[in-house]
Design a protein around this ligand. Structure first.
Ligand code: ADP
Ligand code: ASP
Ligand code: MG
Length: 407
């Protein structure tokens, strides 16, 4: 008998009808002779609705109370799915984060799972029950409710699969798998049969929200087989696997975009040792994640320093940077929140030269101005004007994927 973990995302459980559909699918897996643990997200739109409610009361809601509120979305859906399974004549039991005991650190809104006590789940499975676990939530060591960050149910599912030594962690969503780019904006996007953990980590961290980054990092570290597939049909989806020979023959596996960052520029920063530390330390202390950084030295002993932060944090970052700018006598601070980061990702970049040049040529041909560039071994990202995002994604997809990147 195999143990299978299935995670259903918000759009897959968005209505009562869809919850009934998921229940049938779960029951079918059980009837095939498997033990089934289901991890469920809040119904589509619910997390945003709850967030907006909290924001009506406070622009920056108390983090502990906000997590208590947000976790209720998954509490509702886990109970509804258990009810639907029972209605089909099967035994089911829902568990919240504190009931399983999914223990996390104390970082409200972006907590990390430290350990899972699977005793109660194993007991329920032994009793023949289908187990439904609320995703996205845990408790810290003092039993405060925490949440794992947007898209966090993916991470709950992978962690659960690891804790139970499941045969597979199936991520059910509203698309058939991981595509070469977001199928919502590029009709020519293709489903990938397999993708390496490393590429998936880069794709997730550059905007492909189909899997939360941490879920992929965890799956890689704990060797959890992940299968991303559609909850609306039976088609085989995408397997996230260790890289193997031959994968690097494909230069670019995916094109991604991210509209959730803003760009901050400090003008004419005196060029002295220690100033970068002085600028970025307060931002780090405020728990704001800085993504790209560029510094341009000028001849008059000053430099312009530009970096990106999540859009949600840019006002907070600006007020910190403005204080530092005055203290260090920089000329001023500028912000631009109408930017997007567009990236190409592929393990083949390690062994193929000229990929960056080709990317820049294509963007130049299309009249798309590049404002920032950053690279890793298997990724090239550029920051451009937000309005040109879809256009950039489509031309890069055409060049590197539809035409297989003839350099
Ligand atoms: P869920 O609610 O099931 O967790 P998400 O909305 O978090 O689903 O993720 C699925 C969505 O991710 C898809 O509907 C798709 O629009 C988007 N997406 C972005 N990039 C990709 C990609 N490369 N492959 C597949 N889906 C992608
Ligand atoms: N409900 C949470 C969110 O909307 C977690 C998830 O869906 O994975 O981000
Ligand atoms: Mg998701």
């Amino acid at each position: 008998m195999a143990l299978i973990v299935q995670k259903y995302g918000g759009t897959s459980v968005g209505t009562v009808e869809l919850i009934k559909h998921v229940a049938k699918r779960v029951v079918a897996t059980k009837q095939q002779g498997n033990e089934v643990v289901v991890v469920v997200s809040a119904m589509a739109g619910e997390t945003n609705r709850l967030l907006a409610l909290a924001q009506q009361l406070s622009e920056t809601p108390d983090e502990r109370e906000r997590d208590v509120l947000l976790a209720s979305g998954e509490q509702a859906s886990s109970s509804l799915l258990s009810l639907a399974i029972k209605d089909l004549g099967f035994r089911a039991r829902s568990f919240l984060g504190h009931q399983v005991r999914i223990e996390t650190d104390k970082a409200y809104g972006k907590a990390r799972i430290k350990r899972i006590d699977s005793t109660r789940i194993k007991r329920a499975l032994k009793d023949g029950e289908i187990v439904v676990v609320a995703g996205f939530q845990g408790v810290d060591e003092e039993d405060n409710i925490t949440t794992l960050g947007r898209g966090g149910s993916d991470t709950s599912a992978v962690a659960m699969a690891a804790a139970l030594n499941a045969k597979v962690c199936e991520i059910y969503t509203d698309v058939e798998g991981v595509f070469t780019t977001d199928p919502d904006i590029c009709p020519k996007a293709r489903k990938l049969i397999r993708i390496s953990f490393e590429e998936m980590i880069e794709m997730a961290s550059t905007g492909a929200k189909v899997l939360q980054i941490r879920s992929v990092e965890l799956a890689k570290r704990l060797a959890v087989p992940v299968h991303v597939r559609s909850s609306f049909n039976e088609a085989e989806g995408t397997w996230v696997v260790e890289e193997d020979k031959g994968m690097d023959e494909v230069i670019v596996s995916g094109v991604t975009y991210d509209k959730d960052e803003a760009k901050i520029t400090l003008l004419k920063v005196p060029d002295r040792p220690g100033l970068a530390a002085q600028i970025f330390s307060p931002i780090a202390e405020a728990n704001i994640v800085v993504d790209m950084i560029i510094q341009n030295a000028s001849e008059d002993g000053t430099t312009d320093l530009t970096f990106t932060v999540p859009k949600a944090d840019y006002k907070k970052a600006m007020s910190l940077v403005e204080k530092t700018a005055t203290a260090i006598r920089a000329e001023g601070v500028r912000v631009d929140s109408n930017i997007a980061k567009v990236s190409i990702v592929g393990v083949g970049m390690r062994t193929h030269a000229g990929v960056a040049a080709k990317m820049f040529q294509v963007l130049a041909r299309e009249g798309i101005n590049i404002e920032m560039i950053s690279t890793s071994e298997i990724k090239i990202s550029v920051v451009i004007n937000e309005k040109q995002t879809e256009h950039a994604v489509r031309v890069l997809h055409e060049t590197f994927i539809e035409k297989q990147g003839n350099l």
